[in-house]
Design a protein around this ligand. Structure first.
Ligand code: MRU
Length: 366
């Protein structure tokens, strides 16, 4: 997508052909900074501390991390060590394990001397593939927006609510939940997006709002608690969110608070869609509540908040008593029964084993 008139992806190979450059998301929306990752440890820190985040981008960054690791040491032992180091950075997003498995599966049979070049090549392909998958999601998801628009008065916007950031910043480009929004906006379909602020890390307020403004999409930032009220008033036509891991039966794990939005949508008859590329499906698990590890992050993310001070500095301030403990589960699971449809690159599936397998028949034996 464009930033100040220049096209950016969120991650690209540095001009030295070895390091990897990323948009450092810690500073958005107040400052646009690029960081260079030169070592496996740099990559691990960037994923763990959320310089990059969003399930698809975490996967792509890890793939480049393996390539960097193979340049340092292409041995079997190093390959396994890089897999372990990067795998433990963020436990919930399945795209991380998917990308690491892809890389190790490709590299293991190769002679060590060929591994680094092959790893950079495959990481680049995974990045390009992510963009294509998101385009596919966009095309299918846009048809839903178009059909809602067709039932409205001419010029009346389709009101979409989204949670967290499943935008281009969470992927290599386009985003998952935002791809249909950008395509519909580009086609001239009138729309308006309610952006959940998404405490505690505020990915909605910091990142999705910045994306919407950058693309010229009419939007309104709301506190997380406002969604149910807006749905009761008929102000929301549909919800679209992303996911960090969706199970083979269609349970959806996503940013904490997604479940509450799904409950409110269900109670108010608002369609609740989840946009996801196929690497986000974990075919090995069925019951999301029982089987998906939920990342617990630092309580500091709850008690301390980043913002722009009056003197123009990006600062962190405390919002609660120092003596009060805080808990920070980063994701929750929305049961399949609350999901209207799963928007994938191959089309829209019902959130059920049959729905997913109809679109991905090659997984029928998984
Ligand atoms: O903790 P984050 O910011 O990595 O969480 C991101 C989300 O929950 C997204 O909705 C999900 O990863 C899908 S991104 C296309």
């Amino acid at each position: 997508m464009n930033v100040a008139g220049r096209h950016y992806r969120t991650i690209w190979l540095n001009e030295d052909g070895a390091a990897v450059d990323i948009i450092d998301q810690r500073w958005l929306p107040h400052a646009f900074r690029v960081a260079t990752l030169r070592t496996v440890e740099d990559v691990a820190v960037a994923i763990r501390e959320m310089w990059v985040r969003g399930a698809p981008l975490i996967g792509v960054t890890a793939a480049y991390g393996v390539a960097i690791g193979m340049r340092e040491d292409p041995s079997d032992t190093a390959l396994d060590a890089v897999w372990e180091t990067l795998h433990e950075t963020r436990p919930t997003a399945i795209n991380l394990r998917w990308a690491l498995d892809e890389m190790r599966g490709l590299l293991r049979p190769l002679p060590p001397g060929e591994r680094a070049a092959a790893a950079y090549g495959r990481a680049g392909e995974i990045a390009d593939q992510d963009v294509e998958l998101n385009r596919g999601i966009g095309r299918h998801g846009m048809e839903i927006i178009r059909s809602i628009a067709a039932r409205k008065k001419p010029g009346e916007p389709v009101n979409i609510l989204t949670h967290c950031n499943a935008g281009w910043l969470a992927t290599v480009d386009y985003g998952t939940a935002t791809a249909p929004i950008y395509m519909a906006a580009d086609e001239g379909i009138p729309l308006h997006v309610y952006v959940d602020e998404t405490r505690p890390r505020n990915q909605g307020a910091y990142l999705t709002a910045w994306e919407m403004a950058g693309h010229g999409v009419p939007h309104t930032l709301i506190v997380d608690n406002a969604g149910g009220h807006l749905m009761q008033r008929g102000a929301v036509d549909m919800v679209i969110v992303g996911t960090d891991r969706t199970t083979a039966r269609g349970d959806v794990c996503n940013k904490i608070g997604t479940y509450l939005k799904a409950l409110a949508a269900h109670d108010n008859g608002v369609p609740f869609y989840v946009a996801l590329p196929s690497p986000t499906i974990d075919w090995s698990v069925s019951d999301g509540l029982a089987e998906i590890p939920i990342e617990e992050r630092s309580p500091d993310e709850v008690t301390l908040v980043w913002g722009l001070s009056e003197n123009g500095e990006v600062e962190r301030v405390r919002i609660s008593p120092e003596a009060s403990p805080a808990a920070n589960p980063a994701f929750d699971v929305t049961p399949a029964r609350l999901v209207t449809g799963l928007i994938t690159e191959r089309g829209i599936a019902s959130a059920s084993p049959e729905g997913l397998r109809r679109l991905f028949p090659e997984r029928s034996s998984a």
